[in-house]
Write a protein that binds this ligand. Structure first.
Ligand code: HDD
Length: 694
């Protein structure tokens, strides 16, 4: 209930939703949905005597209502992107894009536009785990003064298929298989990889999906992309094609695969809790908003077709122009009405923005509206989270199940004798489609350039760092290892040679394919900007909102514990004390600390770094505790910073078991080696080893 404590309240959408928001008031009596007060909610009405419990009565309207409402609580989950979470926020422009569009949201720098953003995974059901390997949805609904504008994007800039007609095949192949509904939250199965092999257009996206992009550390630490090509139209009527970008202030960071797998079981809600707690603590996540623009007349100037959603627009050719900032600053008050019922449509655009002939977008423009009708009913746009904040009125679109709005008046058609509800001219803000000239024959074909499927996958792979390439090789191997049909894993591992022979050989060896000897397509080693996630480190390193564990047991050194805790908290880190028991842990000097969790209640995977203060607790308890010892080993294996002082120094060194790790010798202030920071003396100075500022 306290989740909005630190949130901003000034935005118009919040005020709009207040009309339908009720406080849970402790003093208000319980009623039925039709308003009568209930005297006994715990017993059904029945015929009974002192000695026997008689049959329940159908007459009991109160029990019937309660059970019937419960029976109908569920609505169909989203057919894809079922698992997700969202938050409200704001969008502000710092530079007007009036040279390319008339859209108020992209030209008026004095505005603050309220918005809702829902993050999601694609494959799993509503109850699946957050940290699975998957594409993440990044769906933004901006409640602009001219109507809602939805950007229904992902954290990966390209897509699996080029034509929307392939979407049902693609989704069926990746979702759990039809005969046994397995697997959940994973693409590591025969049908998905069979589809990938049979559709070489998936190659580029498949490489992004096998990269660390598909296992983000946090929703707050990933990019957002509109993916499809839209149009912007300016007041002279000139059109630019556009792609939308959101770049996170915190940088792009990922888990390692072993962590992701473990967290999926240890805390399936890891990402949604991470988002909620950052917002609650007032650390509002931010993304810079940018445009890539291609003037209409330059559409044919590229070796790829800019309307093909399986291709990026290389930043060297089409730079990103950053013009605004998106911030998330308010958690929802109730998940079901505000997140589960949130519904996005790629077709929701505002004047100044238009579609393109991107064949994926055109199909999406049909699919989203359609799916909302089956999920939420015909009047889904009236729901508080979905309705616009600007005035809206249609005399014609009305009725249907669960109509909520009451429109006065005697006519429901246009034109009518009163000229009521007239259309708006363009000068009055009426939407007009870009008058694109069309000339062609009906055909089931795409332009020639859509047929090239490997170039950009090669450039993506070439642009990754060695570490990212290693992770990608492991991801391919993991996935194909989970395919048990040799037809699938053999021919797919061979196909990898269309991007990199070296990678294909490695994968074939791991998964039992036949080692390819020839590249299926020559890779000329070309690289490009903006593809490796290492390029997206935050300008100033920060530990704000990172989860840091401090391990303590009876006999710990209170002074180094407190100094580190206070210094971490002052820099905005979320500090958790993990102790031998939650009843309380007593320091060498007698102070009692009640830890947040006990050793077996948490795992190192759920933290970004660990600190062990000095003190006798090492000899007394930590060296004898398998969980504490494994905590250090596992953190190190996951490449996380581990720090310790005084008595903790040899303890940490021993768990890590690497001779090369240099630990601070007694008397030396500080040593950092392989991410392990050890020292004797100034505990606060440890935080400056890597210049991690506030
Ligand atoms: Fe989609 C949901 C993103 C292609 C059909 N999609 C959905 C969501 C996201 C995306 C983020 C979740 C929205 C939410 O949070 O409620 N989808 C994409 C992207 C695509 C894409 C970035 C490629 C550029 N989608 C795509 C195609 C089709 C669909 C080609 C159909 C032809 N998508 C749907 C859907 C969903 C959906 C079935 C399920 C729930 C919903 O729409 O509201 O209509």
């Amino acid at each position: 209930m306290a989740s909005t404590a630190n949130s901003k309240t000034e935005d118009g959408k919040f005020a709009d939703m207040q009309k339908d928001t009720v406080e849970l008031n402790g003093k208000q009596h319980m009623t039925t949905d039709y308003g009568i007060k209930i005297s006994d909610p715990d017993h059904s009405l029945r015929v009974a005597s002192d000695k026997s419990t008689g049959p329940a009565l159908l007459e009991d309207q109160i029990a019937r209502e309660k059970i019937m409402r419960f029976d109908h609580e569920r609505i169909p989950e989203r057919v894809v992107h079922a698992r997700g979470t969202g938050a409200f926020g704001t969008f502000k422009l710092f530079e007007s894009a009036e040279d390319v569009t008339t859209a108020g949201v992209l030209t008026d720098t004095t505005r603050t536009t309220p918005l809702f953003l829902r993050f999601s995974t694609v494959q799993g059901s509503k109850g699946s785990a957050d940290t699975v390997r998957d594409v993440r949805g990044f769906a933004v609904k901006m409640y602009t003064s001219e109507g809602n504008w939805d950007i229904v994007g992902n954290n990966i800039p390209v897509f699996f298929i080029q034509d929307a007609v392939k979407f049902p095949d693609f989704v069926h192949s990746v979702k759990p298989e039809p005969h046994n509904e397995v697997p959940q939250g994973q693409s590591a199965h025969n049908n998905f990889w069979d589809f990938v092999y049979l559709h070489s257009e998936t190659t580029h996206m498949n490489y992004w999906q096998m990269s660390d992009r598909a296992i983000p550390r946090s929703y707050r630490m990933m990019q957002g992309f509109g993916v499809n090509t839209y149009s912007l139209v300016n007041k002279e009527g000139k059109r630019h094609f556009v792609k939308f970008h959101f770049t996170p202030e915190l940088g792009v960071h990922s888990l390692v695969w072993d962590e992701a797998l473990k967290i999926a079981g240890q805390d399936p809600d890891f990402h949604r809790k991470d988002l909620m707690s950052a917002i609650d603590a007032g650390h509002f996540p931010k993304w810079k908003f940018g445009l890539q623009l291609i003037p209409e007349e330059k559409l044919d100037d590229f070796e790829f077709d800019p309307l093909d959603a399986t291709k990026v627009w290389p930043e060297e050719q089409v730079p990103i122009r950053y013009i605004g900032e998106l911030e998330l600053n308010r958690n929802v008050d109730e998940f079901f009405p505000q997140t589960e019922q949130a519904a996005f449509c790629t077709s929701h655009i505002v004047p100044g923005i238009d579609f393109s002939n991107d064949p994926l977008l055109q199909g999406r423009n049909f699919s989203y509206f359609d799916t909302q009708i089956s999920r939420l009913g015909a009047n889904w746009e009236e729901l508080p989270v979905n309705r616009p904040v600007c005035p809206y009125m249609s005399l014609v679109n009305r009725d249907g199940a669960s109509r909520h709005r009451i429109t006065k008046g005697t006519v429901n058609y246009w034109p009518n004798r009163y000229e009521a509800n007239p259309p708006a001219t363009p000068a009055q803000g009426g939407f007009t489609s870009y008058p694109e000239k069309q000339n062609g024959i009906k055909t089931r074909a795409l332009s020639e350039k859509f047929k090239e499927h490997y170039n950009q996958a090669q450039v993506f792979y070439n642009s990754l760092s060695q570490i990212e390439k290693m992770h990608l090789a492991k991801a391919f191997s993991f996935e194909l290892d989970h395919c048990d049909d040799p037809v699938v894993y053999k021919r797919m591992s061979e196909r990898v040679a269309a991007v990199s022979l070296e990678l294909a050989q490695q994968v074939a060896k791991n998964v039992g394919g036949d080692t390819p000897t020839k590249a299926l397509k020559q890779n000329k080693g070309q690289k490009a900007k903006g593809l490796s996630q290492l390029e997206y480190m935050p300008k100033k390193p920060t530990i704000a909102t990172r989860r840091i564990a401090i391990l303590i047991a009876d006999g710990f050194d209170y002074s180094s514990f407190m100094t580190m805790k206070e210094n971490l908290e002052a820099r905005g880190a979320f500090v958790f004390t993990i102790g031998a028991q939650r009843q309380g842990v007593v320091a060498e000097t007698g102070q009692k600390v009640v830890p947040d969790n006990f050793f077996s209640g948490m795992r190192s995977t759920l933290f970004d770094a660990t600190f062990v203060p000095g003190g006798k607790h090492i000899a007394n308890a930590l060296v004898k505790n398998g969980v504490a010892k494994f905590w250090i080993t596992e953190s190190f294996a996951h490449l996380k910073p581990v720090a310790g002082v005084n008595e903790a120094v040899p303890f940490i060194a021993k768990q890590i078991g690497l001779d090369e790790v240099k630990t601070a010798q007694s008397g030396s202030l500080l040593t950092e080696s392989y991410g392990v920071v050890t020292g004797h003396g100034d505990v606060a100075a440890m935080l400056d080893v890597r210049n991690i500022g506030p």
